[in-house]
Structures are given as C-alpha cells and as structure tokens.
Write a protein that binds this ligand. Structure first.
Ligand code: HEC
Length: 400
C-alpha cells in the first residue's frame, strides 16, 4: 500500500499543467472514516483535483534568516481528494517536497513540514467568508494542523523539552527496560496533531478537550508528503453537511524555517459533496468567471494611488505602508478583494509588524475595534472596481 502514497505525489506533479483550480468533489462512500489514513483503500474510489498554494506574503517575521530563505518563494501544487459518509468527511493531500523536515522535540530551532485544512465556521454568505489566513474578527475558522514529529519520550508526560529522552539511548535492561518501553509507549509524543478555532492570529484557541473528534496522519515517500484529516461532518464548531463547503489548504516547508504565517496556502476552494443538491452559489463565488478587465484595472490601480501604499507586482519596490499584494490573487476570492476596497475595516489583515514599520500603522484602534488606515474606495464606479479586482486576481507568484 505504500505505493499509493507515492502515486498520489507523482500524479500531483503530472497535473501541474492544469490551468485553473476548480471545485473539488467529495465522493460518498460506505467505508468507516474514523481512522482513515493516506494508505487506506478508500482513496481508490476518490476523485483527485489539483490545487495551487501561494506563498503568504503579508506576514513579516523578525527573523532575517527565515525572511531571506523565503523571498523568492513560488507557488506549489498539491493533489487533493475528499470522501464522506453519513457522519464524517476526510481529505487527502499530497504534495512534493525534496527535503523531509521533522521535529524531534530536542531542539528549539527545528521546523517541521506539515499541512493544514481549514473550514469556515459560517459559510451561509459566500461573499463574506473568513479571512483566508486563520479567520478574522467575527468570522471564525476551524483548522486541523498536522506536522511531522518523531517519537520523543518525556518521563513526566507533559512535553517538557528539558526532560526529554531519546528511547534508543537507555542503559536499562530486563524487567526495567520492559517497564521503560511500556511507559514510552504511553507517554511518547509521536504525533503533532492540533485543532484550533481561530478568529485571526491573535485569537487562536486550541481544541484540547474530548469535543475534538478529528484524526490526522502524515507520511513521507518518494520526495513528497501525503496527509489525511478525518473529522465529523458536523460538530459544535462547524457544519459541513451541505451541498458545497468552502475549504482551504496550507503546507509548511520546515527547510525554509516555515511556521505560522510563513506558509503556502490556497484560496477558499469549494468542495461539492456528491449526491447533495444545491450549493451552486458558493461554487460560482469561488470559481466563477471574473468580471472586469485586468489591463484596465492595472491602469485604474495606478491612477488611484494603490502603489503609493502597496507593492503590487514582484518587480515593484517593497512598500511598507500596506501589505504586499504580489500574491493576493492566488489566495483571495473575488468577493474578498472587492470587500477590501469598499469596506477596508471588514477584515484587517494580520502581519503588521510594529518593529519592521513602526511609522506606517496598518490600522488604528477606535472604540476597541481595529480600523484600517486604507482609504475606503466605495465611491468608485462599479466598472473600475470590477477592473481592479480582475487585475488583483492576476497578481500571483509563478508555480514552481
Ligand atoms: C494609504 C495607504 C493605502 C492605499 C492608498 C491603498 N491601500 Fe490597500 N491597504 C492598506 C493597508 C494599511 C491595508 C491593511 C489593512 C487592511 O486590512 O485594511 C490594506 C489592505 C489591502 C488589501 C487586503 C490585503 C490582504 O493581504 O488581504 C487589498 C486587496 C488592498 N489593500 C488593495 C488596495 C487597492 C487595489 C488600492 C488602490 C485602489 C489600495 N489598496 C489603496 C493601505 C492602502
């Protein structure tokens, strides 16, 4: 079965010629999905789609080395499949990565490869989905994160790095070794699996209690990773039991010290649950044709001073007055881009770095709420707005 995992990654490479990302189909299955992993037979019945994950460029780190490693990041492709049954939905993601990076828990400057699958807690209005990077105020998301960690034993069972022991290096034998191994089995952390509810980076809450019924796995073979997440169709955090749902995917590259916002991610992508009727509004909102003329939009952006605050294209000089928009078209929906123009404070993007650009605040606090310093452009003609949005949609890194 190991073959399946590498096949997925290889298939992902072949499919890199697919032009645009479209909706993903979740196939209805009878199989039990509680403990599904990337080797499970159920994926033979699945339909594979290709998604493109773009470098998130809004977050600026106080880490010169990491910033240098990530300046010329390209987009990457991943293969996605989804299956569901009466109670659960599961996703498989396969992507290539030449270097395998895992955390051993014994060093602080190690970064693991990994992936995340994100859901919108509320998607009844496809035009007002949460901010793609971990949600936003009043628009929560649920995130399942899985990174690769190898087994480390910590005798007290509370993950304290300074007390960790590598199980291969004990001088115990006989009955003592047996007891030690039992304890290792019980307490060693071989898994880095986390679930969060988040309304932006500042308000991430890990779901640690029994209400978390998700299950995820990750494995490396033949130059690529395969990962799976299985979760209930419906729980207290999100209801995915619908004809179509918005889902987003992210991958981290430990080799480039990727962590937090230093990652590649997709835009909200529609997943259609095969056999259920409806859900077209979401598919159209996320994958429909973009109205407007990008060339005219570029002109309108110049005329309206967008470049006074934003780096728009990779060849433009960096501009600290606002976030870089060089990849914005890769991971933003058309509706999000329009909203950014006509109602800038609806979502205030994370990443403002007081140390890096203290003179250019991206927002001010008024009555306890963050208010964007970007001017409101709701006065613009509809045609100009359409054209600018069409132009913004073209701003994205090339695919690796
Ligand atoms: C005075 C400076 C300023 C001007 C002019 C300006 N912006 Fe912004 N813009 C910002 C700031 C600051 C933010 C971040 C705060 C926020 O989320 O609103 C931002 C956010 C954005 C975002 C969301 C970015 C993200 O990462 O999600 C988009 C899209 C955007 N601007 C597009 C434009 C366009 C197009 C124009 C020209 C019509 C423009 N901006 C003009 C300052 C500006």
């Amino acid at each position: 079965m190991k073959k399946l995992a590498s096949t997925i990654v290889a298939a992902g490479l072949i499919a890199s010629s697919v032009a645009a990302d479209s909706a993903i189909t979740a196939v209805k299955v009878n199989a039990d999905l509680d403990r599904v992993n990337y080797k499970s037979a159920v994926w033979k019945d699945a339909k594979f789609s290709t998604v493109t994950l773009y470098p998130q460029t809004t977050i600026e780190f106080n880490d010169k080395k990491a910033n240098a490693l990530n300046t010329a990041n390209k987009a990457v492709k991943a293969k996605i499949a989804a299956v569901y049954n009466d109670s659960r939905i599961a996703f498989l993601i396969g992507w290539s990565d030449e270097t395998k990076n895992v955390t051993t828990g014994t060093k602080t400057d190690e970064y693991a490869d990994g992936f995340a699958v994100q859901f919108a807690s509320n998607s009844t209005n496809p035009k007002e989905l949460p901010y793609i990077g971990m949600g936003s105020d009043g628009r929560p998301v649920v995130i399942h994160l899985q990174k690769e960690a190898i087994g480390v034993f910590e005798p007290n069972g509370n993950g304290d790095v300074s007390h960790q022991i590598n199980p291969n290096q004990t001088d115990l034998f006989g009955e003592d070794l047996k007891n030690f191994n039992k304890k290792v089995k019980r307490l060693a952390s071989t898994d880095y699996e986390r679930s969060f509810v988040s309304e932006g980076f500042r308000s991430m809450t890990e779901i640690k209690d029994a209400s978390n019924k998700s299950y995820s796995r990750i494995g490396y073979a033949s130059g690529g990773w395969s990962g799976t997440v299985s979760r209930p169709l419906k729980d207290e955090y999100v209801n995915l039991n619908a004809a179509s749902i918005p889902v987003a995917f992210a991958v981290w590259d430990g080799e480039k010290m990727g962590r937090n916002g230093l990652k590649n991610l997709t835009a909200w992508t529609a997943v259609k649950l095969e056999g259920k009727k409806g859900g077209d509004a979401l598919v159209t909102a996320l994958h429909g044709k973009v109205a407007g003329d990008a060339a005219k939009g570029k002109e309108a952006a110049m005329m309206n001073g967008c470049t006074g605050c934003h780096q728009m294209e990779a060849t433009d000089a960096a501009n600290l007055m606002g976030p870089s928009l060089t990849n914005i078209g890769g991971y933003s929906t058309v509706d999000y881009l329009r909203e950014s123009l006509v109602n800038p404070s609806a979502v205030v993007v994370p990443g403002y770095n007081r140390n890096a650009h203290s003179n250019y605040a991206w927002y001010n606090i008024e009555n306890g709420k963050r208010v964007s310093t970007m001017p409101d452009h709701s006065w613009m003609e509809k045609a100009d707005l359409d054209n600018i949005v069409a132009y913004l949609k073209t701003l994205k890194a090339e695919v690796k």
